[in-house]
Design a protein around this ligand. Structure first.
Ligand SMILES: [Zn+2]
Ligand SMILES: [Zn+2]
Length: 349
């Protein structure tokens, strides 16, 4: 079968590999769609501090995928063949302190399908084998193609669950990329009373308005603090940062009300410069959000996709065949990220 195999920075090849067989505790999945993620771009171009150096050469990429159960290993036979499923693509030891406390996403031996840290093949191939515990059935009313959005949206759900509450809250979201737009829909369905979204890209601001933002603005032109004051009089209850931009996070600190909360869900590649004095005088809480807790965030995200709380079709900006992953998918996102929310690679049915 043809798969997208990582060999090094700028060296991802579509090449022939053997079809896998499920081992004990594993499920064989025929992949339907696999989304391209910002972290795949880091892997593709290579970065000194991030994912690329942690990627194992010779492994099939892809961690945002959906598909159909086609085979079951010993001890993994509780899922009927033919079930539509998604995969929470983390592997964890189950025995370290974090795992024993129910936080496998902070496992000290954490690895990701798609070749992060361990040679675990990902979803950019017609077939993949994963642990039974990573597999979640797609609920009725949700298509298997749309279900490929579960993983990135679970990141947004987890970030919002790290906030004290969203019911009635005023919210500022920094950044309207795929995660920011997921966060926007999640806080809206969580009862936020008003949501301001900032992004320098006009296309992304238009998208945010379409997904229900109360106010959108360009943070390089307008200080969000001013719009926030007009809207609330005293500052927002909650800021969600998805940007990893120093100026943005400080705009967030400035826009918060006293004892507001800032949740950071951004891939910082360097230490952040935060105006700590300003944060202190308002006694703000700064929290962080890392991927997701599969057992909690995946069922919630799937239910929200099935109910329409997440507008899946509106988030899918293109479907491309596997053969065009590099030339169209990765190169397009590298040069025109703001034209897209999520590109799905059409691997199989
Ligand atoms: Zn991702
Ligand atoms: Zn562990």
């Amino acid at each position: 079968m043809k798969a997208a195999v990582y060999h090094g920075p700028r060296d991802i090849r579509i090449e022939e590999i053997a079809q896998p067989e499920p081992g004990p505790g594993q499920v064989l999945i025929e992949v339907s769609r696999n989304g391209i993620c910002g972290s795949d771009l880091h892997t593709y171009v290579g970065s000194s501090t991030g994912g690329a150096s942690m990627h194992v050469p010779g492994v099939v990429l892809g961690h945002e995928f959906s598909g159909t159960v086609r085979g079951l290993g010993a001890g993994a036979d509780d899922l009927p063949l033919g079930t539509a499923v998604v995969v929470a693509p983390i592997e964890y030891c189950g025995s370290c302190w974090a795992c024993r406390h129910g936080w496998p996403h902070m496992c000290r031996r954490l690895a990701l399908y798609g070749g992060y840290r361990l040679p675990l093949h990902g979803g950019l191939a017609p077939f993949v084998c994963v642990s039974r515990r990573s597999v979640f059935a797609v609920p009725a009313g949700l298509g298997v193609a749309q279900a490929a959005l579960t993983e990135p949206l679970a990141v947004a759900v987890h970030a919002v669950r790290r906030a004290p509450t969203t019911m009635g809250a005023t919210v500022l979201i920094l950044g309207a990329g795929p995660i920011g737009l997921g966060v926007l829909q999640a806080v809206r369905s969580g009862g936020a009373s008003a949501v301001i979204v900032t992004d320098p890209s006009g296309a992304r601001r238009t998208a945010a308005a379409g997904f229900g933002a109360t106010v959108v603005l360009d943070p390089t032109v307008d200080e969000p603090q001013v719009a926030v004051r007009d809207l609330t009089g005293h500052g927002v209850d909650l800021v969600l940062d998805t940007t990893a931009v120093h100026s943005a996070i400080n705009q967030g600190v400035a826009a918060l009300r006293p004892r507001g909360t800032l949740v950071s869900r951004a891939g910082w590649q360097e230490p952040a410069r935060i105006d700590m004095g300003r944060a202190m005088v308002k006694e703000i809480d700064i929290r962080f959000s890392m991927t997701y807790e599969p057992e909690v965030d995946f069922p919630v995200t799937l239910a929200m996709l099935a109910s329409g709380a997440f507008a899946a079709d509106a988030m899918i900006s293109d479907h491309i065949p596997l053969e065009r992953l590099v030339n169209v998918g990765l190169e397009e996102l590298l040069h025109h990220a703001d034209r897209h929310i999520k590109i799905l690679v059409h691997v199989g049915q």
